[in-house]
Write a protein that binds this ligand. Structure first.
Ligand SMILES: Nc1ncnc2c1ncn2[C@@H]1O[C@H](COP(=O)(O)OP(=O)(O)OP(=O)(O)O)[C@@H](O)[C@H]1O
Length: 132
């Protein structure tokens, strides 16, 4: 999850970063509809090309905590499977933390073994932060 904040231009830049990183990682980008309208309500019409996807997950109770993450039990509303939802918080798109996230996602994607938990999907969730 990344929180976009600051003024209009800062928010635009942070969302463009999120679009690029999501594309590289093959992750779904979740952008609040309100944010898309506020940020991209311009004549270029770029906002309409960003899809607002719903995660389709129903979050239940917290089951664990890591250094950078909180893990929840959740239900995948499409397959109806119980899954572990791991939320990793990024204060910004600092290159070191992006590299760290990318490594974990890319390695987990390649692993396919009965004793290793399968990565089903990755999302980059953009949240609204304070305006200034
Ligand atoms: N798929 C899962 N099923 C059940 N519990 C899980 C699952 N994934 C993580 N957890 C729980 O959440 C905790 C945190 O997991 P996470 O992967 O975020 O961090 P970690 O790798 O254990 O720790 P760190 O990030 O500090 O090295 C785990 O210790 C475990 O208790």
């Amino acid at each position: 999850m990344v929180v976009v904040s600051g003024g209009m231009n800062q928010r635009r830049n942070q969302i463009v970063d999120a679009v690029v990183i999501a594309r590289i990682l093959g992750a779904a980008l979740v952008v609040p509809i309100l944010q898309v309208n506020v940020i991209w309500g311009d004549e270029i019409g770029f906002g309409t090309s960003i899809s607002s996807v719903s995660a389709d997950l129903m979050e239940h109770e917290q089951i664990g905590q890591g250094t950078y993450s909180t893990v929840f039990r959740a239900r995948d509303l499409k397959s109806w499977k119980i899954v572990a939802l791991k939320k990793v918080r990024f204060d910004n798109f600092e290159s070191e933390s992006v590299r760290f996230m990318a490594q974990e996602i890319m390695i987990l994607r390649r692993l396919d073994h009965p004793n290793i938990i399968k990565l089903e999907a990755a999302f980059i969730i953009v949240e609204l932060g304070p305006w200034n």
